[in-house]
Design a protein around this ligand. Sequence first.
Ligand SMILES: Cc1cc2nc3c(=O)[nH]c(=O)nc-3n(C[C@H](O)[C@H](O)[C@H](O)COP(=O)(O)OP(=O)(O)OC[C@H]3O[C@@H](n4cnc5c(N)ncnc54)[C@H](O)[C@@H]3O)c2cc1C
Length: 438
Amino acid sequence: MNIAIVGGGIAGMSLGYYLTKAGHRITVYEKEESTGGLARSFPVGGTYLEEYYHHIFTTDIHTIELIEEIGLKESLVWEESKMGLYCDGKVYAFGTPLDLLKFDPLSFIDKARFSFSTLYLTHTKDHEALEEITAEEFLLKNAGENAYRKIWEQLLATKFGEEDYKKITACWLQQRVSSRGKSKAGLFEREKLGYLGGSLKVLFDELEKRIKDKGGAVNKRAAVKKVSLDDNGKVIISTDAGDGGETFDRCCLCVPNPVIADITKELFDEGYIARLRSIKYRAELCAVLLIKGSLSPYYWLNISQKEVPFTGLMEHTNLISKDKYSENDIIYLSRYISPDEARYNMNSDELIDLYSGHIKDIFPKFDSSKIRQGFIFKDLYAQPVVTRGHKERMPDEVSPVGNIFINNTSQIYPEDRGMSPGIRRSFELAGIVGGNEE
Ligand SMILES: Cc1cc2nc3c(=O)[nH]c(=O)nc-3n(C[C@H](O)[C@H](O)[C@H](O)COP(=O)(O)OP(=O)(O)OC[C@H]3O[C@@H](n4cnc5c(N)ncnc54)[C@H](O)[C@@H]3O)c2cc1C
């Protein structure tokens, strides 16, 4: 069959690969000049680096399997990572039970409650009960007021927004905690994280090659404007190139719901479009700085302090050696955000200036003269907001039009959205899309 895929992120590209393997001719439409979506890379320090920090957990089995299947196993390296938490004006190690023992902001009782609630979330199978309560209700009752306020609240509030974070289900929290907990080799071990040498660009380039080798196409700078049907029920894809469009047997929409709603408004009925639009998203704003000198030993530093304008400070070169990046130390300053916040629209100099002051508050030896180069990346649809009832609202993989399918991050629930569940859904969807012709 001749199949169109809209969106060249991991969902679209892995689906394109699996359908190519099954013998179909694939055309991917990607609006940007390169594939990758949220996992896209950019040239830096003589190589490529992800625009937003990306690593692979040992539990990301579908990502690992895909990397191995397409011959990139040798490029996947596993490194121990150190995690920290900035809280009450101090940086604490925060990756092992011993670190927790030394964590001053919580009393002994608070630490015990935090540990037991984390262990429960890691191992429970009672998902249905957790669907009925919110993460906040669960944490206040089980981890206690102090652990919730010091460790969890700020992280939930920035990930999902002030308006919605109190409505996030405990089931989502359980999946998130459990996948992190299970990715460690043992309770007292530090976490090992995987990274693809040369960046995820290597993965996307190989997927593109596999699609093209079998006669398919990956059209870049090709923003889809409209998806419609001809008189025979075939799918017409029209791009901003303004031509009459190309015709396909089937089509998979691997773009966020608001984009689907925009390009299918003449195809789906109003009720379905409204359902797609009812799922909110958080945007992401991320600064990547090349600096001189390391800030700390931590790869991942969570910031649990409201006045700091970023919630994650990932020192990438604490995971992958800086000799891969022309001896630059590299940090990501990441924050989920509403696009209505003024900061989302600041120019890069203003934002880097603002962030520099806050880095200095956390690490007094830092000053802006240490910044060699800075980049700002942002995306409107980085994180679907999975409030109670999300399961009923999220779109099915088969749309109301039988030969049009959907694979996007809003359908990854209760797992936290990430590449691995996206790849698993592509594998499963390939079986449905590529099945018998009508
Ligand atoms: C800050 C951050 C850190 C993350 N870290 C990790 C991590 O460490 N590990 C992990 O597994 N996951 C991580 N993720 C999640 C992961 O990046 C996403 O789950 C995954 O990339 C989503 O892929 P997708 O293909 O579903 O969507 P996207 O990546 O959003 O892809 C959609 C694609 O569609 C294109 N598009 C949009 N509109 C159109 C149109 N009209 N026509 C054509 N093309 C269009 C876009 O340009 C984009 O390329 C992270 C995400 C963020 C935001």
